[in-house]
Ligand binder design. Structure first.
Ligand code: NDP
Length: 489
């Protein structure tokens, strides 16, 4: 760990640079409260400089002008470099935001590399279209990169959230300005170094660290940014759409919060697997996942057995130092988030839910931010912990008896990101999956999907989809070229 060197300067136009104001902020590790490094505290002037570099790169075609097969090779090299630097990237992520290093390595680095490789490999295999016209015309429907893409991402999966947006955006030829969260900026900055090393030209991929209102807003408001892609809270996501409308009507795509229902019917095909998935998915990443199945609906007749099995698993998720190789539950991202989670736990108790496990801050002597895995039973749909996204290791258990009733309860949320259904009945699985208002429905598993399928929400979980070939829709304009043919024959 001591060999890791952090560089908190921005990457603009292919160079490491300080903020124009000279301002910095401290990157503090939630593992033990230590200061990791000083990070450039960029503002509107730095965003302007980065957008200028991105625009220049777009206009002179140094990247988008390359044949797709050449961009592919560079993207694949970029992915390879992530894997070559996997251990250092994983440890950096762990120190910066608190997740267990074993998952930072096996999940975050691998998924980010896989995503960059997948879009790189896809880009020379996607064809444009010719419309079915009469013989007197040829109508081409072609895709063009949208231009300069602004990307704002949160702290929970810093590399993956960035990769889901920068990979399709870069692959099709855009220039990108990425603002990572001030809580976890270090791996994003390393991604920019590795992109340059792979051969992505100067100015095509810029990373500008700073705080949301100081650096994120100027990016969303910038008149020379053509598209803004955001992952984070619904509150800020709404502001992103407003800022897009207030400025140049840039395309705005938002992946926002969730309060995903996980419905376990009595005819669930494998109860142990359902219990492991329910518990493992809510406590994975300390519960800091937008798609965490935080509302668990268990059919009355199996609830007692289900909870007994679930509670037996909880001790295995006791928080520990995330830099240790066997740790499965690390630190929450910072004191602010930890206190938010603890407040939600207090509200659960005050509103009458029954605390079955956890509920306390632990490991205070480390100087880090640790909360026990927490389970509430007897939760009602109107309680705060059943309605609001907690973004921490807190499972709310509700019960039901009737299928229509549980679908109604599951859909009674402002969110619609994901859902889970466990049943052996194929008709019920399909019927309930169709009735659930969610971007992804997991059946007899939770979160086993991969890069080939879209990810995004209904309702206030956002607009647009990450992952899969559908992501290209967000970062391209569709052009029609209608050509008259006056054939001599
Ligand atoms: P935010 O929405 O506040 O932050 C997400 C990103 O937006 C960060 O880079 C942040 O910058 C930036 N940002 C903040 N304010 C603005 C602004 N006015 N203009 C432009 N950009 C801005 O989420 P948090 O990270 O604070 O997390 C809070 C809650 O959001 C969580 O508890 C959870 O409910 C939800 N969330 C959902 C996620 C998901 O994947 N769906 C992921 C993360 C959070 P900075 O952090 O540097 O200020």
């Amino acid at each position: 760990m001591s060999q890791l060197q952090f560089d908190g300067r921005a990457v603009i136009g292919g160079q490491r640079v300080a903020a124009l104001s000279g301002a910095t902020f401290q990157s503090i590790s939630p593992v033990d409260g230590r200061v990791l490094t000083e990070v450039a505290q960029c503002g509107a002037a730095d965003i302007d400089r980065a957008v200028g570099a991105a625009r220049a790169a777009f206009d002179d075609k140094r990247w988008r002008g390359l044949p797709p097969a050449q961009r592919k090779r560079i993207m694949v090299k970029f992915a390879d470099l992530l894997l070559e630097n996997a251990d250092a990237l994983a440890l950096t992520e762990t120190l910066d935001m608190g997740k267990p290093v074993k998952y930072a390595r096996a999940v975050d680095v691998n998924s980010a590399a896989n995503c960059i490789r997948w879009y790189g490999e896809a880009v020379d295999k996607v064809y444009d279209e010719i419309a079915p016209t009469a013989d007197t015309a040829l109508a081409l429907i072609t895709r063009e990169p949208v231009g300069v893409v602004g990307v704002v991402v949160p702290w929970n999966y810093p590399m993956i959230m960035a990769a889901w947006k920068i990979a399709p955006a870069l692959a099709v030829g855009n220039s990108v300005v990425l603002k990572p969260s001030e809580k976890s900026p270090l791996t994003a900055l390393r991604l920019a170094d590795l992109a340059l090393e792979a051969g992505i030209p100067d100015g095509v991929f810029n990373v500008v660290p700073g705080f949301g209102p100081e650096a994120g807003s100027p990016l969303a408001l910038h008149m020379d940014v053509d598209c803004i892609a955001f992952t984070g809270s619904t509150r800020v996501g709404k502001q992103i759409h407003v800022m897009a409308g207030q400025s140049n009507l840039k395309r705005a795509w938002t992946e926002l919060g969730g309060k995903s229902p996980n419905i376990v019917f009595a005819d669930c095909p494998n109860l142990d697997r359902a219990v492991e998935a329910a518990v493992g998915s809510i406590f994975f990443n300390q519960g800091e996942s937008c798609n965490a199945p935080s509302r668990l609906y268990v059919q009355d007749s199996i609830k007692e057995k289900f909870l007994e099995k679930a509670l037996a698993l909880v001790p295995a998720y006791a928080p520990a130092n995330p830099t240790l190789p066997d740790t499965v539950m690390g630190a929450l991202v910072d004191t602010l988030q930890m206190n938010t989670v603890l407040r939600y736990i207090e509200s659960g108790k005050a509103e009458g839910a029954k605390l079955l496990a956890g509920g306390e801050q632990v490991l205070q002597s480390t100087g880090g931010c640790y909360v026990q895995p927490t389970v509430f039973d007897g939760v009602r749909g109107d309680m705060t912990i059943a309605r609001e996204e907690i973004f921490g290791p807190v499972l709310s258990v509700l019960s039901f008896n009737d299928t229509a009733e549980v679908v109604r309860m599951a859909n009674a949320s402002v969110y619609g990101l994901q859902a889970g259904v466990w049943t052996s009945d194929l008709n019920k699985a399909h019927g309930v999956a169709r009735a659930l208002r969610a971007g992804t429905v997991h059946v007899n598993q939770y979160d086993e999907d991969d890069i080939t399928v879209p990810f995004g929400g209904y309702k206030q979980s956002g607009v647009g989809r990450d992952k899969s070939l559908h992501a290209f829709d967000k970062y391209t304009e569709t052009k029609t070229t209608w050509i008259r043919i006056d054939s001599p024959v």
